[in-house]
Ligand binder design. Structure first.
Ligand code: FRU
Length: 500
């Protein structure tokens, strides 16, 4: 029984497993960080994934560690994911793992941050050089405004840079420097850099330290909005050496999503440059690659400057999108739990069906075996028994007829002294032994005793119904002497023939 239950369970599991919709492609996503910008990218991917039920995502976050990211990519390679999406922390350090995946035959989509070389399948990300140029454009605008009052003094730009080894940090810096170089014909702009490594807290620390040891910069340009907000907070914490009130320095960031837009609307930072995450495009490209359809190998996303006029509507739009995404997330979670319930119900149902099916088969088998046993019993025991009974009946019928004939023959010759065993045998056409056996069978005694019994019964009859004497009767029925007759009579009837 235990075995039946276990096999039913396994079989039901197998059946439900066969029925359930299992995604065909597993995609590994290796994210370098887990900030608001990346969470937006993740949401966009999840939303797009709803259109591709044959794909599933497995996401790992490296929290800014190149070693961890390489190890995570390695484990994706070992698990033989069908496709890898990587947003590398630092290009050179993560490149070997990306190359290894690509060489292992796993299609690799590099997202947002590039890796050097061309051993990847597709790239989708922003134009970081252009972002740098937008920074330069803003700096030049600011320099023009300040130029009037800052006679002969250099215009100081404090750059809060992202992680140095990451391509956005390198290209944004390059774009800005080259943009300034071209526009700053009088060579009045000085750029000083501190490293915020993409984190708000880092930016706050390094800008605070800078402000303590340097004259005030004229503007701050941060490589992302989070660092711009950190820098702006560091500035407002420091009182002006002249007025003793909080300082105010124009700050620009990059990304143009919720925290940055909110900071612009709140007046904390002046502007930002959009830097799209487009998780939807990444998933679409993944689907195309996996389905062996055509795809664009290198997609560079547009960027624009966001100032206060653009920030407010964008913020509203961003909030709507965030709300939609949250609703979507709730709906998705609910539908997932419904699916789980449905799968469970189906499993239980299958369990029942399989269990009863097995029970049915066992019962059928049992009935079949039982039937065979009964058939055998009938064949080997009951039929021979019936045949025996039939034979016995036939035999007893035969015996009855024989007994009747025996009595008749004997009764016909009771008074005949020739009625001997031999005579009887010849009359009934039986040998001496046959006669003995058959008379014994029907009368329970030998032929001689039987003849004597019949003679005694007739003698008794004559004594009762006629006036014949004992001597006459003994003679009539061929007893050798009246004494012998009396002896036999007494033995048979238990009293003397004279007693009436
Ligand atoms: C998010 C982020 C963004 C930045 C991008 C560059 O992790 O730091 O703020 O624009 O990465 O890759």
């Amino acid at each position: 029984m235990r075995n039946i239950i276990i096999s039913t369970f396994i079989f039901a599991l197998f059946l439900t497993g066969c029925n359930s919709h299992t995604p065909q492609y597993r995609i590994g996503v290796s994210q370098c960080l887990d900030d608001a910008w990346r969470q937006k990218m993740n949401y966009e991917m999840e939303r797009e994934l709803l259109l591709h039920p044959d794909m599933t995502l497995s996401r790992r976050i490296a929290y800014g560690s190149n070693e961890l990211q390489c190890a995570q990519i390695d484990s994706f390679i070992k698990e033989r994911v069908d496709l890898l999406i990587v947003s590398p922390n630092e290009a050179e350090q993560v490149k070997p793992a990306v190359t290894k995946a690509y060489r292992a035959g796993i299609p690799v989509i590099v997202a947002d941050r590039r890796v050097p070389g061309d051993e990847w399948t597709a790239f989708i990300g922003g134009d970081n050089y252009k972002v740098g140029q937008l920074m330069a454009q803003w700096v030049m605008g600011k320099a023009k405004e300040y130029g009037v009052k800052a006679k002969g003094k250099p215009f100081v730009v404090l750059e809060v840079a992202g992680l140095p080894g990451s391509t956005p940090a390198t290209l944004r810096h390059k774009g800005m420097m080259e943009g300034i170089e071209v526009a700053d014909t009088k060579g009045r702009i000085v750029v000083e850099s501190v490293m915020g490594s993409w984190y708000k807290e880092n930016a706050y620390e390094v800008v605070s330290a800078y402000l303590e040891n340097h004259p005030l910069p004229d503007v701050i340009v941060a490589h992302n909005d989070l660092m711009a907000i950190g820098a702006a907070e560091a500035v407002t914490r420091n009182p002006s050496p002249v007025t003793n009130s909080p300082l105010s320095i124009p700050v620009m960031g990059v990304d143009g999503i919720h925290p940055g837009l909110q900071a612009i609307v709140d007046g904390k930072i002046e502007c930002s440059a959009t830097y799209s995450s487009r998780g939807d495009m990444i998933i679409d490209a993944a689907a195309r690659i996996l389905h062996k359809e055509s795809y664009v190998r290198d997609t560079v996303l547009e960027t624009t400057l966001v100032d206060i006029t653009a920030a407010y509507p964008m913020l509203k739009q961003d909030e709507d999108i965030t709300r939609d995404l949250e609703t979507l997330h709730i709906v998705q979670t609910q539908s997932e739990s419904k699916w789980k319930q449905l799968r469970f119900d189906r499993f239980v149902l299958t369990l029942f069906v399989v269990f009863f099916f097995i029970l049915f088969v066992i019962t059928l088998g049992y009935v079949f075996i039982k039937q065979r046993k009964i058939q055998k019993e009938i064949k080997h025991d009951i039929i021979p028994q019936l045949e025996g009974m039939q034979e016995a009946i036939l035999l007893s019928k035969k015996d009855e007829a024989f007994a009747e004939r025996l009595r008749q023959v004997v009764d016909d010759y009771l008074t005949d002294p020739n009625l001997t065993v031999e005579f009887l045998g010849s009359k009934l056409q039986l040998s001496r032994t046959q006669l003995f056996r058959r008379v014994k069978a029907v009368a329970g005694k030998g032929p001689l005793d039987y003849i004597r019994e019949r003679r005694l019964i007739r003698a008794d009859e004559l004594l009762r119904t006629t006036d014949m004497t004992i001597q006459q009767v003994a003679l009539e029925l061929c007893f050798s002497s009246p004494g012998y007759f009396t002896k036999c009579y007494k033995e048979y009837f238990g009293h003397l023939p004279s007693v009436r």
